[in-house]
Ligand binder design. Structure first.
Ligand SMILES: NC(=O)c1ccc[n+]([C@@H]2O[C@H](COP(=O)([O-])OP(=O)(O)OC[C@H]3O[C@@H](n4cnc5c(N)ncnc54)[C@H](O)[C@@H]3O)[C@@H](O)[C@H]2O)c1
Length: 246
């Protein structure tokens, strides 16, 4: 048990990677506050409390951490997995509304959740935060302009917090997934693309190790980064991408 009795807030918990991460964290002995817009599919248990929230809404975010703390009595870690994709779109066709929505969900939500969790962690004198960005911010794909900008902001923000919070014993790291086999992957294609063939011909082929990333690959990297094995790791960006970023 690498996370025995530690309390984690995991966002995007209903999603492909989020669901697997909640499962792995429970297997490692953690308590989980599982946060998503829609929590119908999340089963409450002694160790898992589902919390419905829109992470772009300031009041919702405050409620998430109040409820997690009331339920479990402390908060040791935050994993920001919630995100939305962008279908590949030429820049001149991207509306301001779409740009702002992507930045809001993928970047501003990190600011809101981190701002809320840090006081709990400072009180305890320790804590761990992992924000999920994307290998596309290292190796961009055409047309994902707003998405890639939002993920780049997530990485810079995480490193800014890593240096700011180190003296409080709070570690902040990033995982950059490569193309992963979840519902989101199909949403990166241009609107008129054949999704299944794009998955094979573009995404899978772009991974040097020859397969799409699985939710368990991401969950395993998160167990490591949140465990005591990574006690001296902060400000790092771990590419879990089969070599796509090389
Ligand atoms: N799938 C990929 O190929 C891939 C590649 C690189 C990075 N990522 C990143 O990994 C993370 C997880 O992606 P996934 O593949 O599991 O996607 P997913 O679509 O399966 O899950 C994303 C989850 O985020 C939730 N969410 C969206 N907006 C929200 C909001 N405002 N408030 C609360 N919850 C919200 C959704 O409801 C969904 O359950 C995302 O940040 C994504 O950008 C994914």
């Amino acid at each position: 048990m690498r996370l025995q009795d530690e309390v984690f807030v995991i966002t995007g918990a209903t999603g492909g990677m989020g669901k697997e991460t909640c499962k792995r964290f429970l297997e490692e002995g953690a308590y989980v506050a599982a946060v998503d817009l829609n929590i119908d599919q999340l089963e409450e248990s002694e160790r898992l409390v589902p919390i419905a929230a829109d992470l772009t809404n300031e009041q919702d975010v405050v409620k998430v951490f109040t409820k997690a703390n009331q339920t479990f009595g402390r908060i040791d870690g935050l994993i920001n997995m919630a995100g939305i994709a962008q279908s590949a779109t030429p820049i001149e066709e991207v509306s301001l509304k779409d740009w702002e929505k992507i930045i809001s969900v993928n970047a501003t939500s990190l600011f809101l959740t981190c701002r809320e969790v840090v006081p709990y962690m400072k009180n305890q004198g320790e804590g761990v935060i992992v924000n999920i960005a994307s290998i596309s911010m290292v190796r961009p794909r055409p047309g994902l302009n707003a998405y890639i900008a939002s993920k780049g902001a997530g990485v810079s923000f995480s490193q800014a917090l890593a240096i700011e919070l180190a003296e409080h014993g709070i570690r902040v790291n990033v995982v950059n997934p490569g193309p992963a086999d979840t519902n989101m992957l199909s949403q990166f294609s241009s609107r008129d693309a054949d999704i299944e063939s794009t998955k094979e011909s573009i995404f899978k082929k772009s991974v040097p190790l020859g397969r799409l990333i699985k939710p368990i690959d991401i969950a395993s990297s998160l167990v490591y980064l949140c465990s005591k094995e990574a006690a001296i790791v902060t400000g790092s960006v771990l590419n879990v991408d089969g070599g796509r970023g090389i």
